[in-house]
Ligand binder design. Structure first.
Ligand code: B12
Length: 213
């Protein structure tokens, strides 16, 4: 199953990918498990791009297929939206990075769990994050990163928040394909993951702890 879907992305077989996804949903498979297989496909696409087998135009086509896949899965991920806000979160992909597929999935999943998401988009200046944080006083800030050149701006943003004395009130999360524990420590962040669901679970846990504190 995984192989069929991931090779579909690498070989840009759009119809086959979308049909497979619809079929798996109809069979009752969890949307997040299908999404994870699609993500594995995108990792393969990236590897082949790095090896010079696929070109940028093909990586772009693959990301369009991925977007269409998410659009099919989205209604099944949104289903249990509670009415009361669980907490506020700012999401952003910082300066120099325009990857947003993972961030958008996280946003959908968080909203599905009742969080109020303020998505600042991609290629965002660290100062814009600071201004938004001052304005809305979020419980969390999540940075998504897919290219390593953005680490510098993540550091800048973390420093700005620290200087303004906001860091002890806000949990800082980092996620996305190129993030790891070393980056988390470098930024003095509270949480790091390459799995959106783990990010949602972390937010839910923190809000629960806060309520019982
Ligand atoms: C799709 C893609 C693109 C698309 C982006 C489309 C879009 N709208 O996002 C396009 C074609 C535009 C693109 C462009 C480029 N790309 Co690109 N791209 C990819 C690719 C193939 C897939 C990324 C992806 O979307 N994966 C699917 C999503 C769902 O996974 P994810 O982002 O990891 O998200 C999951 C989790 O991490 C988590 N998550 C994500 N963010 C967050 C945040 C928080 C807070 C939390 C809790 C969780 C979380 O949630 C998601 C679901 O679980 C990767 C390959 C790879 N290995 O990742 C290369 C890759 C990221 N790209 C790469 C490169 C080099 C580029 C370009 C520089 C290429 C070029 N020469 O122009 C440009 C950069 C442009 C820029 N300035 O940003 C490199 C980066 C290398 C590096 N180490 O820095 C990679 C790794 C490919 C490679 N192996 O070389 N790219």
């Amino acid at each position: 199953m995984l192989e069929q879907l991931s090779s579909g992305f690498v070989e840009l077989r759009r119809e086959e990918v979308l049909e497979t996804i619809k079929m798996r949903i109809e069979k009752g498979e969890a949307p997040l498990s299908i999404l994870d297989d699609a993500r594995q496909g995108m990792i393969l696409v990236g590897d082949q791009f790095q090896e010079g087998i696929l070109f940028l135009a093909e990586m772009m086509l693959a990301s369009e297929i991925f977007k269409e896949s998410v659009a099919i899965l989205k209604p099944y991920m949104d289903q249990s939206r509670p009415s009361k806000s669980k907490g506020k979160i700012i999401l952003a992909t910082l300066k120099g990075d325009i990857h947003d597929l993972g961030k958008n999935i996280l946003s959908t999943l968080l909203e599905g769990q009742g969080f109020q998401v303020f998505d600042l988009g991609v290629d965002v200046e660290p100062t814009v994050v600071l201004e938004k944080a001052k304005e809305i006083e979020p419980d969390f800030i999540g940075f998504s990163a897919l290219i390593t050149t953005v680490f510098k701006y993540m550091r800048d943003a973390a420093d700005l928040l620290e200087k303004e004395g906001l860091r002890d009130k806000i949990k800082l999360m980092v996620g996305g394909g190129v993030t790891n524990n070393t980056l988390k420590e470098h930024l003095n962040a509270d949480f790091q993951t390459t799995d959106a669901m783990a990010g949602v679970a972390y937010c839910l846990k923190m809000m629960e702890e806060r309520q019982h504190a």
